[in-house]
Design a binder for this molecule. Sequence first.
Ligand SMILES: CC(C)(COP(=O)(O)OP(=O)(O)OC[C@H]1O[C@@H](n2cnc3c(N)ncnc32)[C@H](O)[C@@H]1OP(=O)(O)O)[C@@H](O)C(=O)NCCC(=O)NCCS
Length: 150
Amino acid sequence: MTQRTDVKIIPMDRENAEFVAQIEAECFSQPWSREAFLKELENPAAISLAAVSDTVCGFINAHKILDEVYINNIAVKNGYRRLGIGSALLDELEKCAGKVSLITLEVRKSNFPAIFLYEKHGYQKVGERKNFYSFPTEDAVLMTKYFVER
Ligand SMILES: CC(C)(COP(=O)(O)OP(=O)(O)OC[C@H]1O[C@@H](n2cnc3c(N)ncnc32)[C@H](O)[C@@H]1OP(=O)(O)O)[C@@H](O)C(=O)NCCC(=O)NCCS
């Protein structure tokens, strides 16, 4: 992997939310709208980060409830992948979340790039949710990274 050193991970704001929504629309069959991302900026439980270089090239959104973090969405723009940006977003999320007991998420069973990314960052497969996704219908794999002894 060639890491991009010019990429900065910064808090999402009203300006970059516009570009984030475009990346979301390119990546997912049931994308969140720009308004949904803007609403997240007002949500005290939300951690919303953007990856910025010559343009907005990725983002992550998660919710922190007590000592648990749930990742709602993460994506890197086509043409900017395999450069360490997804990893940088996960690392910065951990920093922003502070001391937590776990970070968890669902991922399409066939989404190997994402599953490999999460495994590389210490997430384990802990379950499946049947037919969790639509367009197309697909099972979800539940993945969790634990920060405390179980
Ligand atoms: C999943 C995604 C966010 C990864 O972002 P990225 O910036 O390309 O990830 P990184 O460059 O940080 O990759 C880190 C590691 O993840 C794994 N990985 C990422 N993409 C991979 C691929 N296409 N094939 C195999 N492994 C992959 C590798 O282990 C990689 O390390 P390496 O490059 O040293 O081998 C990106 O592919 C994406 O936006 N996909 C579409 C949206 C999506 O599916 N989001 C997840 C929803 S649950």
